[in-house]
Design a protein around this ligand. Structure first.
Ligand code: GLN
Length: 535
């Protein structure tokens, strides 16, 4: 039978609940248990796909094409398991499903209510994560902070689950803040006490309390939390601020957090194998080179909007023992008469990641032209491919008005366009080309050199595609279509051979990079940037 861990958050948001959940999952996996992860997001959107990145940060896409919260990116990077549609559940999903059942007549005769109908639906989603993954342990993170109106139904469902399954099958981890007060120079436990009182008021007694703190918790502080919150002192774990997030699982391991969980579940404390992870932490703490990469985007004020891209760059950097410094470039600023030589002066590579809508587009195109003409390594992701095609069409093929139908409906030379199956789409939510598609890589190309494979699977999230009508002219002028989806004949990868490293993909490789296994495209891009002759 699957065991369930629930991770809640108290006091403030942004404590790193997702990293705590992922770290615990990693520790349990490294003891040979099959783990699976899930996140509840209490907002009413069915998924984050329709939200602005400024609201929500990146939308992470799973292999099965579910648009999810960015925490799922952390989960996949830490536990290296593919998650799916059962892994991210929102209030919107729960209510849609209950209302659909009500209309179908599934509850005939009943008044449909939050308890039991909504809470039952939530409980079913927890069970479904267990049965569909066949995991020994499912870890579910509850978004938001205890006390939020929005998450109450979720908390109530979890209370019921504990009541039904008992302490031997369910475990509550509550993450809180223990702030340090300068002046009196002491740590304060009161916010933790209040947050646990709030949780208890909803019928849940935590089993483990993880305290985010700037300094290690002294014994006396742990005793105080233990006394006021009615948990053994060993179950108070400190989560000290770190500069390298990969250190966190090791910190929890040293405090035996995974053993506490396994003991409560009556599962064997199998031998732990964390050597890969320890090597990673060691590598990250001992990088001996550094390079600057320019990331040109329009959501650059919120770095979380590009979190998987940044992590992927770092992973590739780890492989070459190189620290990656990101030069965040606001694409709209490139549309002014700013000096590009100044902007990119220290950069060894330029990356244009995904994006939607036409704000900042011309600035990105200028950055791509700059990379192409100055032979600076370039990696384009999704929109970064579409814009590279537009740039090439305009500046090399002489199609000066080339554009995408996304930016200009009336464009006469739409080198990027909607395919027939997208033209009939009315609803915006969940209707992009999403999830895994196969890409056939041409031999003797840079793409093939990167992957060393003929067929690859990569995750997508876009509506527009390269317009096949323009393939001949682009090809004649030297653009290479190095990756194609055979079934649909859609362009998946392009490259420009007359350049040290110029490649772009229609998919999002950043979702598949792992800290101990950098993605081939990022790895090759970072290698080319390190080797770049550019001063
Ligand atoms: N806006 C473009 C499209 O929908 C690119 C999307 C992206 O970069 N993820 O096709």
């Amino acid at each position: 039978m699957t065991k369930f861990v629930f991770v809640t958050g108290g006091v403030v948001s942004g404590l790193g609940k997702g990293i705590t959940a992922s770290s615990l999952a990693l520790l349990l996996k490294s003891r040979g248990y099959k783990v699976f992860m899930q996140k509840f997001d209490p907002y009413i959107n069915v998924d984050p796909g329709t939200m602005s990145p400024f609201q929500h940060g990146e939308v992470f896409v799973t292999a099965d094409g579910t648009e999810t919260d960015l925490d799922l990116g952390h989960y996949e990077r830490f536990i290296d398991e593919e998650l799916n549609y059962t892994s991210n559940i929102t209030t919107g999903k729960i209510y849609s499903s209950v209302i659909e059942k009500e209309r179908r007549g599934d509850y005939l005769g009943a008044t449909v209510q939050i308890v039991p109908h909504i809470t039952n639906e939530i409980k079913n989603k927890v069970y479904e994560a267990g049965t569909s993954s066949n995991a020994d342990i499912v870890i579910t993170e509850i978004g938001g902070t205890i006390g939020d109106i929005e998450s109450q139904a979720f908390i109530e469902a979890l209370r019921q689950l504990r009541n039904e399954l008992g302490k031997e099958n369910t475990l509550f981890v509550h993450t809180t803040l223990v702030p340090y007060i300068y002046g009196s120079n002491e740590l304060k436990t009161k916010p933790t006490q209040h947050s646990v009182i709030e949780l208890r008021g909803m019928g849940i007694q935590p089993d483990i309390i993880v305290c985010r703190t700037p300094v290690v918790l002294e014994d006396s502080i742990k005793s105080k939390i233990s006394l006021f919150c009615s948990i053994p002192k060993e179950n108070v774990i400190d989560s000290i601020d770190v500069t390298n997030i990969y250190q966190i699982p090791i910190n929890y391991y040293n405090q035996k957090m995974d053993e506490l969980v396994l003991n409560q579940f009556g599962l064997d404390i199998r031998k732990s194998n964390l050597s890969d992870w320890e090597n990673l932490v060691n590598t990250v703490n001992n990088l001996d080179k550094e390079i600057e990469i320019s990331l040109v985007g329009k959501y650059v004020e919120l770095h979380d909007a590009y979190i998987s891209v940044v992590e992927s760059l770092k992973h590739a950097g780890y492989f070459y023992k190189t620290k990656i410094n990101i030069n965040w470039v606001d694409s709209e600023q490139l549309e002014t008469d700013i000096n590009l030589n100044e902007v990119f002066k220290n950069s060894k590579g330029i990356i244009v990641p995904g994006g939607f809508g036409n704000r900042g587009i011309e600035g990105k195109i200028k950055a791509i032209e700059y990379a192409r003409c100055n032979k600076i390594p370039y990696l384009g992701l999704c929109l970064g491919l579409q814009l590279a095609v537009i740039e090439f069409a305009r500046n090399v093929c002489g199609i000066t008005d080339a554009s995408s139908k996304e930016f200009n409906e009336l464009c006469l030379n739409p080198v990027i366009d909607l395919m027939a199956n997208q033209k009939s789409v009315i609803n915006m939510g969940g209707t992009l080309r999403l999830g895994n598609f196969e890409c056939h890589i041409k031999k003797n190309t840079l793409a093939y050199k990167c992957y060393n494979e003929e067929f690859i699977l990569e995750r997508h999230r876009h509506r527009y595609e390269v317009n096949n009508k323009y393939r001949d002219i682009l090809q004649e002028k030297g653009l290479v279509f190095s990756g194609i989806n055979d079934k649909t004949d859609l362009v998946e990868m392009i490259e420009y051979p007359n350049h040290p490293f110029f490649i772009a993909c229609q998919f999002h490789p950043e979702f598949k990079s792992r800290p101990t296994r950098p993605h081939p495209l990022f790895k090759a891009f970072i290698k080319a940037s390190i080797d770049s002759k550019r001063k």
